[in-house]
Write a protein that binds this ligand. Sequence first.
Ligand SMILES: N[C@@H](CCC(=O)N[C@@H](CS)C(=O)NCC(=O)O)C(=O)O
Length: 341
Amino acid sequence: MTKTAAQEDQTDADARRARGEFVRGVSGFRHAIGDPDFPAEPGRYHLFVALNCPWCHRVTLARGVLGLRDSITMDVAFPNRTGDDDPQGPNLWEFSPDRIATLTGAPLPECTTETATGQGYRLAKDIYRAEGSQEQSVPVLYDKRRHRIVNNESAEILRMLNAAAGGLGSTLSDADRPELYPAPAEQRAEIDALNDMIYTAINNGAYKAGFSSDQTVYEKAFAAYFDMLEQLEARLSDGRPFLTGATFTEADLRLFPTLYRHDPVYFVRMKLNGARVLDFPHLWRWLCRVHALPGVATSGSLVHCRQGYFGRSWNNVVPLGPTRPRPYPEAYGHPELAGQP
Ligand SMILES: N[C@@H](CCC(=O)N[C@@H](CS)C(=O)NCC(=O)O)C(=O)O
């Protein structure tokens, strides 16, 4: 698989974790649709996701904007992982649609049981254990024909769905379907470079700030995060609609999940309160522009994000703001809120 900016330096990962740094692990399943075992076929593949997870949001966005909702089925875990009282252990993704969300006081209609393996597993962990793996993360791309995990790295799943969308049975014609990773080498090089910077400072940067238990590590991640937002604001200030120019690409798709979560979640939960996206006029208009694209708004859920990021900590009380100038996600329908760029 070509360069996908899927992970950061893993050197001394355990020692760095012990020093209070957040170091994300590496995904173990790295097959691809198009491999001999996994040909592109409509209706054969399935996604296991959680809608609060920003990595899962990459693949639900790809499924939405590429017209793959009918040909790739999907199960949704409850946004809060299992608690200490769970017989299988804490911090496990659970397919349990009857669980009550503290935010709404009711079950979440998007949540499902596990419908793809034929086993009706309760936990994502069980899907991995069936293949002798100790992993437990989402997203997971699964082959319902061979009952095997194809891939659990969102950067690669996104890339292969784009490459194989036609063969997978996209409802969009080649002309209407966005090309997320256009062929010209220089455009791919620009997308790869943006992916790298945005993954390190923004996508994973948010976790390095919010999950750090070391002030210096937090401050370094905070500075890198807002420096990158300033750079992206400058990049969009020439009036281009998307990061690399006229068309929506993978680079835009990978930036969106973090900025979609910034004002209503990360500003508080990840201590990234240096500014709101609303305070960056060009970025705000870009965020509203992407949110308005076909297949985007219905690929995510701020209810799941709020429940997931706050529902188990914070005394089980989920912050509702911001509500001014408008509540979220309604605000994403109002590019004018950012004032004139
Ligand atoms: N590199 C992976 C990261 C996936 C990931 O870290 N997912 C989180 C949820 S936001 C998870 O399931 N973590 C649980 C775990 O790894 O135990 C990707 O981008 O797909």
